[in-house]
Design a protein around this ligand. Structure first.
Ligand code: FAD
Ligand code: N01
Length: 538
C-alpha cells in the first residue's frame, strides 16, 4: 500500500457528474480527489466511441447550465452532437476549470468502508492506494458498467470482439469484414447503419425489436445557436422546470391521445415524427399511462417501419409488439433503411437464443452464422451495476450489495441508511435516466454541495437517511412506477437485462415533482435525514 491520503471528499468518476461535483466542492474550499477508471475525463463520452455514437437530447440542452461563460464560449455544431464533440466539450470544461490536477486516471475504486470511530470513509483502489475521506460521492454513472452476456464459447471465437461501451480509442476498421452485431438497443441502432456502410456484411442478432424514431439530425445554424445562447439562462430555467429536464421550449401536450379524433392524432404524430427525436413520446399526455393511448403511438411507428422497410416479412420482424417507451426509445439515423441494403441480414432470436460462439461465427438453432468480428451492443448493468462492482461497507460492515439484494433502497436516490456520508449522483430512486441527465446531475450536485456546506458551517460530522424515510421513499417510487406503463416489458430500467438481478423499476418518473420534493426536504431542515456530531456506532 502507498502512503495514506487524507481529503475532505473522494468522488468516483469523471463524467458530467464527477467534474461538476469536483468544481462545486472546490468552491466550498474542500480538498477533493476524483478517481477515474478511464485515462481521461468524459465518462460515457470517453468510453462509447462506437461508430454513430451521439446524444439523443439536443446538444444545446445536453450541456452544463451552471456556468454562463462556458455556455457562451462553447459552440455546438449539430442538433445531436457526436461522441467526439461531446468528449471535446467535457475536455474543454475540465481544462477551463483546471479540474484534471485533482483527478487520478487509470485507477479503479475497488472498495470503500466506513471507519465509524473517525467518521470517515477508507477508499481503496486497484493501485493499492488507500484514501481517507469525510464524504464519498459516487459519480459512477447509470450506464457505465458494461453488460457482457455469458454466452458459451466467447473465448473460442477466432476474431476480435467489441462492446460498444468499451470501444477501442483508436477506432475499428471493418472494411471487408463480416460483422455480427448482437443487440438492437440504442447503441446498435446508432452503429448498425455506419458499420453497414463500411463492412462487407452485417448480421444483426435481434432478441427484441426496438422502437426508433428519426433524429433528423442537422448542422446547427450559427444564427440559431446565437439566439439560444442569448436566451440561455431562461432556456435552462424552463428545462429545469419540466418533467424530463428538457424540451421546455416545445409546447407541452395538454390532451390525451384518446381525447382527439383519428385525424388529429395522426396530424400530431406526423408533426412529431417530422420534427424528430424523443419528443415523439410527448405527443400526448397519456402515452405512458393508458394502454389504449400507447397503442396508437406504437401502431403509428409500426406503420412507419412497414413503409420504410421494403421486405414486408423483415418489416414485421423489426416491429416491436410491446408498449412503446417501456424500453428506452431509440433515436435513429437511417436504422430501418439499413435493412434495405443487400449486405445486411437479421437473425431473429425470439424463438431461439444464441447457443454459442464458435471459432468462426455465432450459432443459433443449429446454424452457424459465419463472421469475422462480433460487436456486443448488449448494454449495461444499469443504475446499480457500477456501484455494486465496488465492495462498499457501511456501519457494522454491512455490504451495500447485500442491502440491495432485493433491489436498491435509497432515500431520494441520494443516500442510503447505514451508509453515512455516502452520496450517489443520479442514484436509483431518482429521475436520472428518465431525464436530460445533465439537468438531473446538476440538481443532485447542487443539493449535495449545499448540504455539505451546511455540515461544514455547523460542524456536523455525518448525514444519513432515517430507515423509515428510506422505506417510505422506496414505496413511493414503486407506487409512481405502478401508475405508468414502464412495467409493461423487460428492460434495463427494471434490471431484467442482467440474469439474476431483481426485477425492480429503478428510476423515478417526473423530474419537476422530484426536484420540488428535494427542495422541500432541504427547506424543512433536511427532513428524513439525521445529522450526527460524531459517527454513531451501529
Ligand atoms: P458517466 O458518464 O457514466 O461517468 C461515470 C464514470 O465513472 C466513468 O468514466 C467510469 O469509468 C467511472 N467509474 C465507474 N466506476 C468506477 C470505479 N469503481 N472506479 C473508478 N471510476 C469508476 N443521457 C442523456 O440525458 N442524453 C443523451 O443523449 C444520452 N446519450 C447517451 C449515449 C450513450 C451511448 C450512453 C451510454 C448514455 C447516454 N446518456 C444520455 C446517459 C449518460 O450516461 C449521461 O447523460 C451522462 O453522461 C452520465 O454522466 P455521469 O458522470 O453520471 O456518468
Ligand atoms: O443497451 P440496451 P444500449 N442475446 O440495453 C440485447 C443509452 N444510450 O447500449 O431487448 C441477445 O438498450 C438486448 O435485447 P433485449 C440509452 O439510455 C443512448 O443499446 O434485452 N441479445 C438489447 O436489444 C440506452 O437505452 C444512446 O431482448 C442480447 C440490446 O442487447 C442505454 O444507453 C445510444 C443479449 C441491449 O440494448 C443502453 O443502450 C446508446 C443476449 N444474451 C445508449 N443480451 C443515444 O442514442 C442483451 N441483448 C443517445
Amino acid at each position: 500500500m502507498s502512503d495514506d491520503v487524507d481529503v475532505d471528499a473522494v468522488v468516483v468518476g469523471a463524467g458530467f457528474a464527477g467534474l461538476y461535483m469536483l468544481h462545486s466542492l472546490r468552491g466550498l474550499g474542500l480538498s477533493c480527489r476524483v478517481i477515474e477508471a478511464g485515462s481521461g475525463v468524459g465518462g460515457t463520452w470517453y468510453w462509447n466511441r462506437y461508430p454513430g455514437a451521439r446524444c439523443d437530447v439536443p446538444s444545446l440542452e445536453y450541456s452544463y447550465g451552471f456556468d454562463d461563460d462556458i455556455a457562451r464560449e462553447w459552440t455546438w455544431t449539430e442538433r445531436y452532437a457526436t461522441q467526439p464533440e461531446i468528449l471535446r466539450y467535457l475536455e474543454f470544461v475540465a481544462e477551463r476549470l483546471d479540474l484534471s490536477r485533482d483527478i487520478t486516471f487509470d485507477t479503479r475504486v475497488v472498495s470503500a468502508a466506513v471507519d465509524e470511530g473517525a467518521s470517515r470513509w477508507v477508499v481503496t483502489t486497484d493501485n493499492d492506494e488507500m484514501i481517507s475521506c469525510h464524504f464519498l460521492i459516487m459519480a459512477t454513472g447509470c450506464l457505465s458498467a458494461a453488460n457482457l452476456p455469458a454466452i458459451d464459447g466467447v473465448d473460442d471465437f477466432g476474431g476480435p470482439t467489441y462492446h460498444t461501451g468499451q470501444w477501442p480509442r483508436g477506432g475499428v476498421d471493418f472494411t471487408g469484414l463480416r460483422v455480427a452485431v448482437i443487440g438492437t438497443g440504442s447503441s446498435a441502432v446508432q452503429s448498425i447503419p455506419l458499420i453497414a456502410e463500411q463492412a462487407d456484411r452485417v448480421i444483426v442478432f435481434q432478441r427484441t425489436p426496438a422502437y426508433a424514431v428519426p433524429a433528423h439530425n442537422r448542422p446547427l445554424d450559427p444564427a440559431e445557436v446565437e439566439q439560444v445562447k442569448a436566451d440561455y439562462p431562461r432556456w435552462r430555467e424552463v428545462a429545469r422546470n419540466t418533467g424530463t429536464g428538457f424540451g421546455g421550449h416545445l409546447a407541452a401536450p395538454l390532451v390525451g391521445a384518446l381525447e382527439v379524433d383519428e385525424e388529429e392524432r395522426r396530424r400530431v404524430y406526423d408533426e412529431r415524427w417530422a420534427a424528430g427525436g424523443l419528443a415523439f413520446l410527448g405527443s400526448f399526455n397519456d402515452l405512458m399511462f393508458v394502454p389504449a393511448a400507447n397503442d396508437t403511438a406504437a401502431d403509428y411507428v409500426r406503420e412507419k417501419i412497414a413503409e420504410i422497410v421494403d421486405d414486408p416479412e423483415l418489416a414485421r420482424r423489426l416491429s416491436p409488439a410491446t408498449v412503446i417507451g417501456c424500453k428506452r426509445m431509440c433515436v435513429d439515423t437511417g436504422y430501418y433503411e439499413t435493412y434495405n441494403r443487400e449486405n445486411v441480414e437479421l437473425v431473429d432470436l425470439s424463438g431461439s437464443p444464441i447457443e454459442r460462439l464458435t471459432a468462426t461465427g455465432i450459432e443459433v438453432a443449429g446454424t452457424v452464422h459465419e463472421c469475422d468480428a462480433v460487436v456486443f451492443a448488449t448494454g449495461f448493468d444499469a443504475m446499480t451495476g457500477a456501484i455494486d462492482r465496488i465492495d462498499i461497507r457501511g456501519r457494522g460492515g454491512l455490504a451495500l450489495k447485500e442491502k440491495w439484494a432485493a433491489g436498491p433502497l435509497t432515500y431520494l436516490g441520494l443516500q442510503v441508511n447505514d451508509f453515512p456520508n455516502l452520496f450517489m449522483i443520479t442514484g436509483p430512486g431518482s429521475p436520472s435516466v428518465l431525464t436530460n441527465m445533465v439537468v438531473a446531475i446538476e440538481q443532485h450536485v447542487e443539493w449535495i454541495r449545499d448540504v455539505i456546506e451546511k455540515m461544514h458551517t455547523e460542524a456536523l460530522a455525518t448525514i444519513e437517511p432515517e430507515a423509515d424515510a428510506e422505506a417510505d421513499w422506496v414505496a413511493y417510487v414503486n407506487a409512481v412506477a405502478e401508475l405508468t406503463l414502464f412495467n409493461g416489458c423487460s428492460s434495463w430500467y427494471l434490471g431484467t437485462n442482467v440474469p439474476g438481478k431483481p426485477r425492480v423499476f429503478m428510476p423515478l418518473p417526473g423530474f419537476l415533482d422530484y426536484k420540488q420534493r428535494c427542495d422541500e426536504v432541504a427547506a424543512a431542515g433536511y427532513e428524513g435525514f439525521v445529522f450526527g456530531v460524531a459517527m454513531p456506532a451501529r
